[in-house]
Design a protein around this ligand. Sequence first.
Ligand SMILES: [Zn+2]
Length: 239
Amino acid sequence: MIAVAGNIVAFTGAGISTESGIPDFRSPGGIWTKYKPIEFGDFLASAEARRESWRRKFATHETLQSATPNAGHRALARLVEQGKMTAIVTQNVDGLHQASGVPDDRVIELHGNTTYAACLNCRRRYELDWVREIFAVDERLPVCTSCNGHIKTATISFGQSMPEAAMERARAATLAAELFIVLGSSLVVYPAAGFPITAKRNGSRLVIVNREPTEQDGLADLAIHAEIGATMSRAVGVN
Ligand SMILES: [Zn+2]
């Protein structure tokens, strides 16, 4: 299917990143089942919620910072390089697709990116090391040096609306796909989980690679329940 498809689109979820040692925060025992997520409204309204959000961020920072792309990321990067894969739509916020060499404009991040921060008001970008230096002094909260706005990791929080531009780009990419490959997503979170259905209805072939069965396996032309790295590196011919 990869060989005959002119335009391949990937849709990636937590499963591709767990193979790089990044815990799936939503899985049983994951951090989001131990702590109540901080709603976006609370982040805006409460300085204590903002402090708690930075505390949690820096508690998991090292794990994320030391994670590197795995064979699954590298296989997708190769397909992008070959011009066969036009877009990677991802639910992940770890930036590992970009770290594997995929250009920024080929990665569509539905839930944002946690490897940097941004002003909620003017969107100016800030690096986490800068935030950490400020926060290290009595948990002082960072504010935007241009507009005084709140600074938050560049992720989409619970209660925050989906990023319109990313959703629109993901829809367009999905409709252009001839082969749509889902990698490491259990396909339960909507609206993101609607993309494979849209692709299939639009005439694309659909492949799902996930360790566990998904609700959409029945819709797929091929469903593989195995490791992503091992599966994709064999399919694409990279290590
Ligand atoms: Zn600002």
